[in-house]
Design a protein around this ligand. Structure first.
Ligand SMILES: [Zn+2]
Length: 140
């Protein structure tokens, strides 16, 4: 995963050269140049090329965000290509190890099965959101 960058160091309305942006964010100039290829807007009409602090901040806000991780009450549904709530709020927990297991739910939108991992310790918290049905070896 890409290194997190401290965007608080940026002044939104200031223009930055590659060198200045690298200094402000504690990365190399090459790294800043690579961001341009990844969609960072850069003013290239004049030299030196400049970027706006606001654009740098927005770029990193997007990048710092974990890749669309579902909220606690949602599952990633690959058919919907979205994070959806389980049908009827019911999820099934299967122990894989004494400490970890897999949660299975039925997508509340399309009915497709959805999975995610969970820790045994986290189940108490999740049981405030879902009705958890244990169907793993722990029940046997
Ligand atoms: Zn779905």
């Amino acid at each position: 995963m890409a290194k997190r960058v401290l965007i608080r160091a940026l002044k939104r309305h200031r223009h930055y050269t590659y060198d200045e942006a690298a200094d402000a964010l504690g990365v190399t100039v090459q790294t800043v140049r690579s961001w341009r290829a990844q969609g960072l807007p850069v003013m290239t009409e004049k030299r030196p090329h400049l970027m706006l602090g606001e654009d740098l901040a927005a770029f990193h806000k997007r990048r710092n965000k974990p890749p669309n991780k579902p909220a606690k009450d949602r599952f990633r549904c690959f058919r919907c290509r979205d994070n959806t709530r389980p049908l009827d709020g019911i999820v099934f927990y299967t122990s894989l190890t004494p400490k970890r297991g897999q949660l299975e739910a039925v997508c509340g939108v399309c009915g497709n099965p959805c999975f995610r991992f969970a820790s045994e310790a986290g189940l108490a918290d999740l049981s405030t959101i879902f009705e958890i049905v244990r169907n793993g070896p722990s029940q046997a």
